[in-house]
Ligand binder design. Sequence first.
Ligand SMILES: NC(=O)c1ccc[n+]([C@@H]2O[C@H](COP(=O)([O-])OP(=O)(O)OC[C@H]3O[C@@H](n4cnc5c(N)ncnc54)[C@H](OP(=O)(O)O)[C@@H]3O)[C@@H](O)[C@H]2O)c1
Length: 255
Amino acid sequence: MDLFDLTGKVAVVTGGTRGIGLMMARGLLQAGASVYVSSRKADAGEAAVAELSGFGRVASVPADVSTEDGCRGLAAEVGRREERLHVLVNNAGATWGAPFAEFPAAAWDKVLDLNLKAPFFLTRAFLPLLTAAASDDDPARVVNVGSIDGLHAPSLPTYSYSASKAGLHHLTRVLAKELGPRRITVNAVAPGPFESKMMAATLAAHGDEIVASSPLGRIGRPDDMAGVAVYLCSRAGAYVTGAVIPVDGGRATTL
Ligand SMILES: NC(=O)c1ccc[n+]([C@@H]2O[C@H](COP(=O)([O-])OP(=O)(O)OC[C@H]3O[C@@H](n4cnc5c(N)ncnc54)[C@H](OP(=O)(O)O)[C@@H]3O)[C@@H](O)[C@H]2O)c1
């Protein structure tokens, strides 16, 4: 178990107040890390803290990371409380669906600001704290949450979403090269379907088809996200960087 132990590590999970971020935050806590969950709504943060506090030391720092100022503000607030940050999970994300002919410019700005630009600005804002945590034997870790929709062309009209996730997968490789010499790994997780607010309508309308077309015959469970987060952030994942790891029950990997 020592291979997956995160005792003494400090992590920030953006969008950690629900859905996939909450699943990852719970896994990191159970492995021994202290976790800051962050999202825009303070009440959602407090509710997540109440839900997670039985698993370990957890706190909420509300922030809107869709602007560079918001990213800097989150890093500054965490920096007031911690000398080092071992793990940054760039998970907060948004989607937008509209027919091709009507797809608005705002759907590009909103989705790219949060899904693609925020991971870049946040990683840069946290660089001093990540560098302080990094060592040759035990690098600091950045985990970007992409999507299988960034690996294949999706069936829904979510043009800016899938493009943002493909961009985030590539940004992951670029930052892995940039930050490896500073002993920071940068990897992406590409989830398949998991229950969340973002996925609720899709699963309600197409859940049965999704399950039927999945080689493993189910959607993702919270442990599937907890497991990949713990792997990438522990000694077990110390030599992995620039990777995009699909966690999708085979939906995209076997297409
Ligand atoms: N669920 C899936 O099946 C699935 C599949 C592939 C990829 N993903 C990816 O997984 C990540 C999480 O998705 P989810 O399904 O868990 O979605 P979700 O349930 O909608 O959760 C999104 C989280 O991001 C936060 N957030 C939204 N806008 C924000 C902003 N401007 N600044 C800071 N935080 C913000 C939300 O909290 P507030 O509203 O309080 O800000 C919430 O905590 C996303 O990157 C998504 O693309 C999900």
